[in-house]
Design a protein around this ligand. Structure first.
Ligand code: ADP
Length: 536
């Protein structure tokens, strides 16, 4: 907090809720622009749906969802069709208001006709989702997992997952949903904020018992029962990476709008809270992503009626302190400086042929001794020496990192999924005026022309019709009225349309990949031509 205003630039800015300060020109901010919007229930469902269209098998960790009110007829029709084809299917659905949190406004239904369509659904859009009826139970109770994930950088993508998380328990023994128990929130919803009000909530000093425990304590129990805990972790890592891959394309559009490339601005990182439910067969399912997960390490205790006191919560402290400490260690500006110096020396070394143990540094125009320079880097670095007056590394004495890097570590396994990212790069290229998030009709025409997508079968008049049709439909969904034009999701839909037209018989992801390759090829050729002309 800066009670007298901020005078000097900072290394790290820690925003409480979301990215909001456009007067930051350097350093690092703990929030990405647009993240809050991206993880809202509807936006997340849409982003995952796009990936499900391309890679249905890879994205089967998110329950089937419909967006209300616009997909209500589709929801009714699909449920009817599935019931007709399998009369033994007796589903339950969960309705969640968009932008809601802490279980607010959530209810379960057995049939689409039970949706409360009274006026409010129009004013308050929601997601309706297949309810996971057979969750894994511990002590006969349903629970979910809160995992902390650090998105350290968007470009290049860098993701870390905390090795431990929280397990939040219901406070009534679980029964599969029936018309009789549908309304029992303490049985079906794992939210801490709801269950704390149940008389059965157990605050425990021990991380292995009570209504909130560490995830590692659950894993220990599962492992002692013979469960394949390694496989479970690898499924969770895969779920996290795939979800972030679904979010990155739109995040990049927000990023270039708030922090345009080439202008001074901060870099961003963000701690996300992933809510995951384990099914009985140990398959992890994504419930939601929180852009501003609670970092409280205390809970309220009612000492006497109406008198509350904050008391420490050992389980929260164990997990959350480590997450914040290690996030700060990973984004440490001193560490970045040391890395930059190391890269600088490496590049100097590679540029000149070092025959002796000295090299000329072109940036600082000094003669440096290779081994001395390296020694300094291996140690705390010159800046730290000055600061601490000692040769001890600032990391010495700290516990080992609780945040484990999963991307780019496993990039090879997941890079093939990043198709929409490449579509977003095309979109951003044609956005034109910096600061916008929507593409105008001229931008769309230029995209089609530069990528050589128009021909005798697909005239520029058809291009305009495609633009108008898709843009009008997306804008009528009332997502963002601030700007006119085509949003990224609409562009993605148009791009899929064009890909299907051009490469008819292939599966969708191959059609899309072929069209991206085609566009990138023509744009690279155009860039080269412009470069040559420029030189000429
Ligand atoms: P909120 O942001 O309001 O907490 P969530 O999507 O996290 O909304 O849902 C609240 C709770 O409802 C979850 O913690 C979980 O216990 C339960 N829940 C949500 N979606 C499902 C689902 N598809 N199947 C089973 N339980 C669910």
């Amino acid at each position: 907090q800066f009670p007298f205003g901020r005078r000097l630039p900072c290394d790290i800015y820690w925003h409480g809720v979301s990215f909001h300060d456009n007067d930051i020109f350097s350093g690092q901010v703990n929030k990405f622009p647009g993240m809050t919007e991206m993880v809202r229930k509807i936006t997340l469902s849409r982003a995952v749906r796009t990936m499900q269209d391309l890679f249905p098998l890879e994205y089967n960790f998110y329950p089937r969802s419909w967006i209300l009110p616009e997909e209500f007829p589709l929801f009714v029709a699909e449920v009817r069709m599935m019931k007709d084809s399998d009369p033994s299917w007796k589903p339950t659905f969960i309705v969640k208001p968009d932008g809601g949190c802490q279980g607010d406004g959530i209810y379960l239904i057995k049939d689409p006709s039970d949706i409360r369509l009274t006026g409010s659904i129009q004013s308050r859009p929601a997601v309706v989702q297949e309810y996971i009826c057979k969750p894994l139970l511990v002590d006969k109770l349903k629970f979910d997992i809160r995992l902390y994930v650090l998105l350290k950088s968007l470009e290049p993508l860098e993701i870390y997952i905390a090795k431990d998380g929280l397990s939040r328990f219901c406070t009534e023994p679980y029964q599969e949903p029936t018309l009789k128990n549908l309304h029992q929130v303490f049985m079906h919803l794992t939210n801490y904020s709801l269950n704390i009000h149940s008389g059965n909530f157990i605050h425990s000093d021990n991380v292995n018992t009570g209504s909130k425990r560490t995830f590692s304590s659950i894993l220990c129990r599962l492992s002692s029962r013979g469960a394949d805990v390694k496989k479970l972790w690898s499924d969770i890592i895969s779920l996290v990476i795939k979800t972030i891959i679904a979010l990155t394309p739109e995040l990049k559009v927000y990023y270039q709008s708030d922090i345009p490339a080439g202008k001074p601005g901060p870099t961003c990182f963000q701690i996300l809270g992933f809510d995951i439910l384990l099914m009985k067969n140990l398959k992890p399912m994504l419930l939601e992503v929180n852009a501003n997960p609670s970092m409280r390490i205390e809970h309220e205790q009612e000492l006497s009626p109406g008198v509350f006191e904050n008391v420490p919560s050992p389980v929260d402290e164990e997990v959350k302190v480590a997450v914040i400490r290690d996030t700060l260690r990973l984004v440490d500006p001193q560490k970045k400086k040391r890395k930059d110096v190391q890269q600088h020396i490496e590049s100097c070394k590679s540029k000149i042929n070092i025959r002796y143990n000295y090299f000329m540094c072109y940036r600082c125009q000094t003669l440096e001794h290779v081994s001395e320079a390296n020694e300094e880097l291996l140690d705390a670095g010159p800046a730290d020496r000055r600061e601490y007056g000692t040769t001890r590394s600032p990391e010495a004495g700290l516990p080992s990192l609780c945040l484990k890097q999963v991307f780019p570590k496993y990039a090879k396994q997941f890079n093939y999924l990043r198709l929409v990212d490449r579509v977003a790069a095309l979109f951003i290229r044609f956005l034109g005026v910096k600061g916008t998030t929507k593409l105008g009709p001229t931008g769309f025409r230029t995209f089609v022309r530069n990528c050589k997508l128009s021909n005798s079968n697909f005239s520029m008049a058809s291009v305009d019709i495609l633009y108008i049709d898709i843009t009008r439909r997306w804008n009528s969904m009332g997502i963002d009225h601030k700007e006119s034009g085509m949003c990224l999701q609409a562009f993605v839909e148009a791009f899929f349309c064009l890909a299907q037209k051009k490469y008819k018989s292939l599966p969708l992801h191959e059609q899309v990949k072929s069209l991206i390759d085609f566009c990138e090829y023509h744009l690279a050729a155009l860039d080269e031509k412009r470069l040559v002309c420029g030189r000429g």
